[in-house]
Each structure stands twice: as structure tokens, then as C-alpha cells.
Design a protein around this ligand. Sequence first.
Ligand SMILES: *[C@@H]1O[C@H](CO)[C@@H](O)[C@H](O)[C@H]1NC(C)=O
Ligand SMILES: *[C@@H]1O[C@H](CO)[C@@H](O)[C@H](O)[C@H]1NC(C)=O
Ligand SMILES: *[C@@H]1O[C@H](CO)[C@@H](O)[C@H](O)[C@H]1NC(C)=O
Ligand SMILES: *[C@@H]1O[C@H](CO)[C@@H](O)[C@H](O)[C@H]1NC(C)=O
Ligand SMILES: *[C@@H]1O[C@H](CO)[C@@H](O)[C@H](O)[C@H]1NC(C)=O
Ligand SMILES: *[C@@H]1O[C@H](CO)[C@@H](O)[C@H](O)[C@H]1NC(C)=O
Ligand SMILES: *[C@@H]1O[C@H](CO)[C@@H](O)[C@H](O)[C@H]1NC(C)=O
Length: 484
Amino acid sequence: MEIPRTNLTLSFLFLCLFLVSAFSFSSFSPTDNHLINCGSSVDAAVYSRRFVSDDDYSNPNSPLLSATRTIPLANQNPSPNSPQIYNTARVFKKPSKYVFEIKDPGTHMVRLHFHPFISANLDLNYAKFHVLVNGYVVLSNFTVANVASPLIKEYFIWFESNKVVITFMPTRRDEFGFVNAIEVMSAPKDLISDTAILLKGNNTEKFDGLTKQALETMYRVNVGGPKVTPFNDTVWRTWIPDDGFFESSELSSRIYFSGRIKYQNGGASREVGPDFVYNTARVISSTNASIPEANMTWEFPVMEGYHYLVRLHFCDIASMSLGLLYFNVYINGHLAYENLDISSITYMLAAPFYADFVVDSDSHGVLRVSVGPSNMSMAHTVDGILNGVEILKMNNSVGSLDGKMCAGMVLRSWPRGSFGTLFPLVAVVCLLLSISVLMHKRTVGKGDFVVWSKLPTDVPDDNAKHSNEQLPGKVYVSSRSTDL
Ligand SMILES: *[C@@H]1O[C@H](CO)[C@@H](O)[C@H](O)[C@H]1NC(C)=O
Ligand SMILES: *[C@@H]1O[C@H](CO)[C@@H](O)[C@H](O)[C@H]1NC(C)=O
Ligand SMILES: *[C@@H]1O[C@H](CO)[C@@H](O)[C@H](O)[C@H]1NC(C)=O
Ligand SMILES: *[C@@H]1O[C@H](CO)[C@@H](O)[C@H](O)[C@H]1NC(C)=O
Ligand SMILES: *[C@@H]1O[C@H](CO)[C@@H](O)[C@H](O)[C@H]1NC(C)=O
Ligand SMILES: *[C@@H]1O[C@H](CO)[C@@H](O)[C@H](O)[C@H]1NC(C)=O
Ligand SMILES: *[C@@H]1O[C@H](CO)[C@@H](O)[C@H](O)[C@H]1NC(C)=O
């Protein structure tokens, strides 16, 4: 049991050390960068990123929206502090899709922004819908009601093809879906590596093919530190404080480091975790001759029936010198890392490093991460540290992140049958009616010029244009000045 663990650990470290992180010291600018302000006729800026209108006829950057019966909706009473993208939404009464052109195959970040509001004739708190991204079900029977702040769903998905199709589908004909804003952008190349450590009980194995899983961000936590907003993150993520997850322990303390975080090639890059994450941590330390007999533990509620990617961020900002910090890492009570010595990996202090583990939840739907002294820990030193935790859900065997139905089944659940047989009849009746109206007008001879080129539908006119397929022609590359 010991030998595989050691081998795996070593090969993993080897991998980490030699992964090229060419982006370490430059600010990240994604090749594909589609930011969409849904249901709005004007663009919006959020943290100096431009979200383009999906409803501007003259704008070649609008993504295709191959849908009838979508409704652009504006909040009549927007909250003054709310970013502009949340003041509008596009409502879907039938399955509808956005199609984005992809120039850079590989892992992409997809973010869906939801902040329901009540407009004159529709309350978005009552929406109920499914969302598919290419072949993956990312949300099913999804509702978002009465949330105080916007809900942002974030996914990491590998796109091979040159198109990303995001489908919104009401759960039933009398339901509807909505979205306020969409982001589809290239992820930094070193953000998701293909290999992780698979924890199976007390055993570890190598997990390959991580990049080909669809991942959903469940938790992204800045241990011991403040919230980090998209403005202060290298790839516009949000990191929340760990207080809600940490089981308080009087033997642990928070620390803050004001020096420079030493990003190096082979370690975690600034895109993997910004300075704000690595310059704070929680530690267990022994102040006298005895090593504390305690762990620091974080608990994260998760849904059973999925694998999770647990990414732990470490940066020794606490030790006085190299080689003094040894500790154990446990996930769900199983040893994930024994006698971890960060300095043997980074060869310097304040240099960040991360480790990826693939695990299941325990039987209570909880993921427990613990860090504590190992039997190589020393007195009068730091005996455990953690700077950040990310927990991402992996798609299940049917390619879903939310439920047991595959994308094909979800699509087929739309009552096409009744619609299909009804539609020709309705169309014929409409056609006959409109012809008779036309004939009547002509015979009455009022001289009115009646434009009657298509069947009447309840599509607002400005959406009809979306039925001609058009792809976004241009990509906005947001080059933001980094103040880090
Ligand atoms: C949505 O919920 C209904 C009722 O609970 C269920 O029958 C259906 O399978 C769910 N749909 C998906 C896509 O999970
Ligand atoms: C795993 O290790 C723990 C002690 O660390 C032990 O109690 C447990 O029985 C082991 N489980 C298996 C499946 O070997
Ligand atoms: C970014 O970080 C700085 C320094 O901690 C902080 O003062 C500022 O409020 C942050 N900005 C945002 C938008 O979070
Ligand atoms: C060391 O300090 C801890 C508290 O920090 C205390 O509980 C323990 O008794 C001390 N041990 C010795 C040997 O002084
Ligand atoms: C730390 O946690 C692990 C896993 O839950 C457990 O085996 C170990 O006994 C704990 N150590 C202490 C000192 O509580
Ligand atoms: C450290 O602990 C492991 C089990 O966790 C044990 O096999 C090993 O003998 C211990 N090493 C020392 C030096 O006590
Ligand atoms: C996730 O979906 C892919 C297919 O897109 C599949 O190969 C993979 O096995 C799925 N992951 C899991 C953990 O079942």
C-alpha cells in the first residue's frame, strides 16, 4: 500500500514540476472570449469586461439564437448596486439555443448568470428549466428563486468541435427558462491537468483523463482569507472565505503573508490561484515541545452519486525555513498525503503548489478535508497548512452533472409529438384565415397595403432575425490591466 502511494506521489510531483506554466507572470487573455448580455439591446461592462448584447440586429457579435418564442425582459426596478447584466434576461418558452464559435479547442470555462426579477408580466422566480451544453446536461429541473445575490453556475468543459451549443429548455410547455448573462471562454492551458490522484478508500491510484470530464464548480474557497471577487482574480473567478466550512479548532490560526508569492514554472501559476489565495492560510502550529494532537477540518455538503475533483492549494507562507513543515492530508478520513513536505516540491518558501484528488462523497453527502500533524512533524514549528480548496463535481456516466437523464433523453422529453401533429393543422388554419383576411381586405378595397409574409406567431419582431443562423464573427479579447 505504501509503495504505490509513494510512486504516485512522486510521479505527480514530477508532473507538477514540469508542467509548463508559461503564463506565470503575464495577465491571461483568453483566445475564445464570448461574454453575452442576454435580453438586452445594449452592451454592458462588468469589471471592465464587455458583455455584448444578444439582441442587437446590427451587431455581428451577437451569438446565434436559433429560437422562436424568446422574450427579452428588463427589470423595471433594478437595484442600483447590481451589475448591469442582471437588469435584463432572455426568457425561453421553447427549447432555444445559443451557438458560440470556438477557435481554440480545449478546456473552456462556461458561466451562466442567473438573478431572477419580477417584470410587469413575468416573475422569473417561477422559471423551471433544463440547460444542456453540447452533449452534457448541466442543469435539470432547475429553479432559482428569491436569491439575494446573483447565482453563477460555472463549468469547465473540453470542446473539441468548433461550436458550443447552449440549450435552454423549459421543463414543460407551460414553464419557461431564462438567463441573464453567459460567458464562454478559453481556460488557461495549465488550469486543468489531465492527471489526478484517485482515492479509493485508503488506496491511491492514478486518475487519467480529467480534462475530458465536464466539471462544475461547487466550492472555491480562500482558506483563512477574504472573499476574492472576479475583479481581483486572474480568470474572473470568485473565491469565498472558508468560515462556513471550517470546524473551528482552537489549536489553529489564520495567517497572512505580506511578501511576494513566488510563482515558478512547474508550480501553480497565478491563473491556478491568485496572490490573494496564496497569501492567506490557516495553520496548526506547536508553540512548545509538544505537537498538537488535532486536525483542521473543513466540511462541504455535496450531492451523492458523483465523483468530485478536490483541489488543495498549498503555499508555505508560515515556516521560518525550508524542511520544517511536515503534515498529513486526509479526505473523508482517508490518508491522501502522508508527511507532505511542500519544500521538497517547491524548493523555496512562499511558492505555491496544488494537488488534485478525485474522490466520492461519503455516505452522508459530505466531503471532509483534514490537515494535521504527521509523525514527522516537529515541535516549535508549523505542523499543517492549507491556503485554498476547490471542489468540482464531475459528470456521471450518462454525461450529466444534474440527474440521471442523458442529453438525448432530456431533449426528447420536450412534447414534440403533440406539437408535431397539432402544428400543421394550426398552420393550415392560420394560413386559410390570413388568406381570407387578405382577400377580404382586397375585395373591400380600402387600398391598405398589408404585409403578411409569414404565419402569425407570438414572437416579438426583434427576435425573428435570430432564425437566420449567424455566428459571432469576432471575439472580444479582454486585456485587463492586472493590479496584482
Ligand atoms: C425532472 O423532474 C421530474 C419530476 O420529478 C422527473 O420525472 C424528471 O426525470 C426530471 N427531469 C430531469 C431531466 O432530470
Ligand atoms: C483505512 O485506514 C483506517 C485507519 O487509517 C482504518 O481504520 C480502515 O480500516 C482502513 N480501511 C480500509 C478499507 O483498509
Ligand atoms: C481588490 O482587492 C483590493 C485589495 O485587497 C481591495 O481593496 C478591493 O476592494 C478589491 N476589489 C474588488 C472589486 O473586490
Ligand atoms: C503546549 O501548549 C499547549 C497549548 O498551546 C498546551 O495545551 C500543552 O499543555 C503545552 N504542552 C506543554 C508540554 O507545555
Ligand atoms: C486527523 O484526521 C484523521 C482522519 O479523519 C484521523 O485518522 C486522525 O486520527 C486525526 N488526528 C487527530 C489528532 O485527531
Ligand atoms: C508513521 O506512521 C505510519 C503510519 O501512519 C507508520 O507506518 C510509520 O511507522 C510511522 N513512522 C514513524 C517514524 O513512526
Ligand atoms: C463523463 O462523460 C464522458 C463522456 O463525455 C465519459 O467518458 C466519462 O466517463 C464521464 N465521467 C464519469 C465519471 O462517468
